[in-house]
Design a protein around this ligand. Structure first.
Ligand code: ADP
Length: 493
């Protein structure tokens, strides 16, 4: 049942509110001590009042007990003085006094009910033996006190030997005093305390409500600021430094927002670049076609020449589109990797065989150095892309009679592909940008030799999908070395 109630409360939205929780904590922190204080003070007052009353009565009774001996009241109860004293004290404390003699017989009862009766109460017998007792009966509202009636017998002073005086218990005073006045005072105090408590509940309730509202305000501000960013009213970073926690939340939001802005910027830049790159060949085609159409009786050779150029532009457009498609595919998730165990040496040999005719055309010599057998869990198509792009670049950006050296090596965790050329090199400040989409060190040269500016972006994405790394070192005019490092197995990823 309790579990069900807790489950129901958990489902209630209000309980998940920080404001509500703060309110409850502040309210309880204010209320619990005040309740304990009230109960503690009242209980303390009661026990203190009972103690004081008991002490008062005991002192008075002791005095009367002495008088009882002086007036031999146990033998003769007719003493006016004693009776007056007894009446006075029983009236004063709204109590009843029984005077019991040595044979446990009641010689005097201020209520006049039990005179002549024998009392065999434990307290009385114990008191006869010298042990006083005090009992507080809180249910019926009285205190029962026993006081011994002691006669001190002084020795008769005959001769030199001095004897000590002796106390003999001659009887017991059994007294019950009412605690009505204490109870009444307690009731009044309790009522007043309750009134104070109700006022406190109202005050603490209001304070808890205001405090919870104030404490939660920074979070409201964060919510408002995020909403403003969401609605597009502002792009400024949010600042709510009230608490360390709000600062952390806001910092996290700001850096996320910065990242999203950067992503958005790069997407916009990419779209602009794509449009530009796709437009260039189309414009060339249009210019070529228009100039043919503008002329009359164009000779067949000129037509042919222009058509060759138009075909080249269309081929270029096709290459850009294919590279873009490859890039889009690589931008998707890792799940797209088609992993199998591949003999990297064999794969490199096949790729280089395919690329050698292009190298020969450029008068570049391509060699493969396999330092050891490499079997790796990789996506064959993507590793082919990586190798092809790097070797193609090394051939394209090489010099006449240049060389390209592809070195394959591995340790127990990674295999490395190193592609070293003796080409034009890459300037130091461009090394950080060569992986950006459409970036080319020398745009016109790259375009001339059929570059799209997407090859290294594709390569880098393929490497990252394998959780590998790619690094480039270059000396301008001397050559470039690309080093790709990829884990041998997927378990290392
Ligand atoms: P592209 O299709 O233009 O070759 P890439 O993304 O493959 O595009 O390369 C980006 C740029 O990096 C190239 O335009 C070129 O300027 C430079 N680059 C790449 N590889 C080499 C290399 N081996 N030697 C010199 N420059 C290179």
């Amino acid at each position: 049942m309790a579990g069900k109630i807790i489950a129901f409360l958990k489902k209630l939205k209000i309980w998940r509110s920080l404001k509500m929780r703060l309110f409850i904590i502040i309210f309880l922190t204010g209320m619990i001590p005040s309740i304990f204080m009230r109960v503690g003070i009242l209980e303390n007052y009661e026990s203190r009042a009972i103690d004081v009353r008991t002490l008062d009565v005991q002192t008075q009774l002791r005095i009367i007990a002495n008088h009882l001996i002086t007036y031999s009241y146990l033998q003769d109860t007719s003493s006016e003085v004693i009776n007056a004293e007894l009446d006075q004290i029983s009236n004063l404390y709204n109590g009843r006094i029984l005077i019991i003699n040595e044979s446990l017989k009641v010689v005097k009862d201020t209520y006049g009910i039990s005179e002549g009766k024998t009392v065999i109460s434990e307290e009385v017998i114990r008191c006869m033996k010298g042990t006083n007792s005090v009992n507080h009966d809180s249910v019926n509202g009285f205190i029962e006190i026993t006081i011994p009636i002691v006669e001190t017998i002084s020795p008769s002073n005959n001769g030199e030997d001095k004897q000590e005086s002796m106390d003999i218990i001659r009887g017991v005073m059994l007294t019950s005093v009412s605690t009505d006045t204490i109870v009444t005072t307690m009731d009044i105090l309790n009522r007043k305390a309750h009134i104070v408590e109700i006022i406190m509940v109202i005050c603490i309730f209001a304070i808890a409500l205001v405090l919870a509202q104030i404490l939660i305000r920074p979070f409201d501000r964060i919510f408002k600021a995020i909403n403003e960013v969401k609605e597009g009213y502002t792009n400024d970073p949010i600042s709510v430094p009230d608490y360390l926690e709000t600062e952390h939340i806001v910092d996290a939001f700001n850096s996320l927002f910065e990242r999203m802005k950067a992503l958005d910027d790069s997407r916009q830049e990419f779209v602009a670049n794509v449009s530009h790159e796709l437009k260039t060949p189309i414009t060339s085609v249009k210019v070529l076609a228009d100039s043919l159409l503008a002329q009359k009786d164009v000779p067949a050779e000129l037509y042919r020449e222009f058509m060759v150029d138009i075909a080249a532009e269309i081929e270029r457009e096709d290459k850009i589109i294919n590279d873009l498609l490859a890039l889009v595919k690589l931008d998707k998730s890792v799940a797209q990797l088609n992993i199998s165990v591949i003999d990297i040496n064999n794969l490199a040999e096949i790729i280089l065989k395919r690329l050698r005719p292009i190298a020969r055309k450029n008068n570049v010599e391509v060699t493969l150095i396999s330092k050891r057998e490499i079997l790796a869990e990789v996506d064959e198509v993507k590793i082919t892309l990586i190798l092809t792009n790097l070797v193609e670049n090394a051939i394209k950006y090489n010099r006449e009679q240049g060389t390209v050296e592809v070195t394959l090596d591995a340790d127990h965790q990674f295999f490395t592909i190193q592609v070293e050329d003796t080409g034009i090199g890459i300037p130091e400040d461009a090394l950080g940008q060569i992986y950006e989409r459409f970036y080319r060190v020398d745009k016109s040269h790259s375009r001339e030799i059929g570059g799209t500016g997407l090859g290294l972006a594709i390569t880098r994405n393929a490497v990252l999908l394998h959780r590998g790394s790619i690094k480039a070192k270059s000396v301008l005019g001397e050559g470039t070395v690309f080093t790709v490092k990829i884990p041998l197995t997927r378990s290392l990823v």
